[in-house]
Design a protein. Structure first.
Length: 244
């Protein structure tokens, strides 16, 4: 199995650097990232970071992903691959050289923004840090999810929701869960109607609270019979699905 690194959207860039994340520094823990932002004025912008907790060896030399959003609420107005100079994990050890990259045209208004960045020095970076900075603009009242799909690049496998595209020998994979995605309220608060900690715009069951039993907890839906055998988990001696 490859090593796993966690990728997250952080709506508060404070404390994030090329080699650290928020308060925790060495990883993505509770309180290190901000996942909701309320009542952003129409016409105003929100700049957020895409961060990774622990890139293992052989390291990261490129990133390619899609930022997904509701185009009726926001548009992507800017992307920065090296914020502030040496502000990206890709550039930490490579001096002032800016990463090479391409992205969809800006402003992007179709709901999916593709961005790629490659370390032109081909230096492989490891550890935690921010990899990209993205800015969205509120264009109408509403709540939008901010989610990630597609791939980071730097290992030898393709796995998880964020998988690795190209190989260097030893492989690693990236993963992201609902709790590491984000939501922005433009002119309105971000709501959580069932008070389960998964906001409505990211919750597949916004009126039914997640039971947090360790089985598919990220979707926000309760699972009273995890293995689907007709015996409720509360009385099931083997509630978790077992292929055997």
């Amino acid at each position: 199995m490859p090593d796993i690194a966690i990728v997250a959207v952080d709506l508060d860039p404070t404390g994030n650097t090329a080699t650290s994340i928020g308060a925790g520094g060495a990883g993505i823990d509770a309180g290190d990232i901000q996942s909701t932002l309320d009542n952003v004025a129409i016409g105003s912008t929100v700049t957020f970071d895409i961060v990774v907790d622990a890139v293992p060896s052989p390291g990261l030399f490129a990133v390619g992903l899609e930022v997904n959003y509701d185009p009726t609420v926001v548009e992507v107005s800017a992307v920065d691959r090296d914020p502030g100079g040496l502000g990206s994990l890709l550039q930490y050890s490579s001096g002032a050289t800016v990463p090479f990259g391409i992205n969809d045209s800006i402003p992007d208004t179709d709901g999916s923004f593709r961005v790629d960045a490659v370390d032109v020095t081909a230096t492989f970076e490891t550890g935690p840090g921010k990899v990209l900075e993205v800015t969205v603009k509120c264009v109408a009242t509403g709540t939008t999810p901010i989610t990630l799909t597609d791939a980071f690049t730097g290992g030898g496998v393709n796995a998880g929701i964020l998988g690795v595209d190209v190989g260097t020998g030893d492989g690693f994979a990236f993963t992201i869960g609902t709790e590491l995605e984000a939501a922005v309220g433009c002119g309105v608060p971000v709501t959580d109607g069932d008070s389960d900690g998964v906001v409505d715009v990211l919750d597949s069951c916004p009126n039914d609270p997640e039971d947090f039993d360790g089985f598919e907890d990220a979707d926000g839906c309760p699972d009273p019979d995890n293995d689907g055998d007709g015996v409720l988990d509360i009385t099931d001696n083997c509630p978790i699905p077992n292929p055997d």
